[in-house]
Write a new protein. Sequence first.
Lengths: 113, 113
Amino acid sequence: GAVVSQHPSWVICKSGTSVKIECRSLDFQATTMFWYRQFPKQSLMLMATSNEGSKATYEQGVEKDKFLINHASLTLSTLTVTSAHPEDSSFYICSASVDETNQFGPGTRLLVL
Amino acid sequence: GESVGLHLPTLSVQEGDNSIINCAYSNSASDYFIWYKQESGKGPQFIIDIRSNMDKRQGQRVTVLLNKTVKHLSLQIAATQPGDSAVYFCAENIGGGSYKLIFGSGTRLLVRP
């Protein structure tokens, strides 16, 4: 079946540094991927739609200059949290569209100290 | 708009009993709905879906009911097992060729042995 992976599974960084999270579709091609953020005991909130070969579409209230998304190939989308701060600590989850469904990755836990 | 819960409601059931988890969705234009199961520290796992032209769909031990009149979705789990303990989210898709999903606030299911 369609599998989506994320790397790293968890990351700890210092405040002010940038962190890159990768989302890969392992056995299928995905022209569209999505990035979600999930705070503890809360739901998944859609951050942006990542489109292969074009600019990402961000949801209202999400800073595009802080959360840089690059979808340079049909199997890889990256989310870079720039100048991370403790309030950016969260669980970041990607999904990829395949066969009219969404396959979710396992998530990346980010802790900013 | 998006619904976010600050505190997940909890449903506690005895092993072997049936569980019913409810969800109110926000957009009357949504035409596709999915239930996901999320275990701690993991990404969402697909359970069952339903399109807006249906009001009921059954899977293995699970049934989804859709009431478009009141924008309500429910997930019924038959003979609930300890492995069913998790957080359950409904998600809606507004269609139009996009696979973007908006998640509901979620319900934590606890199964008592």
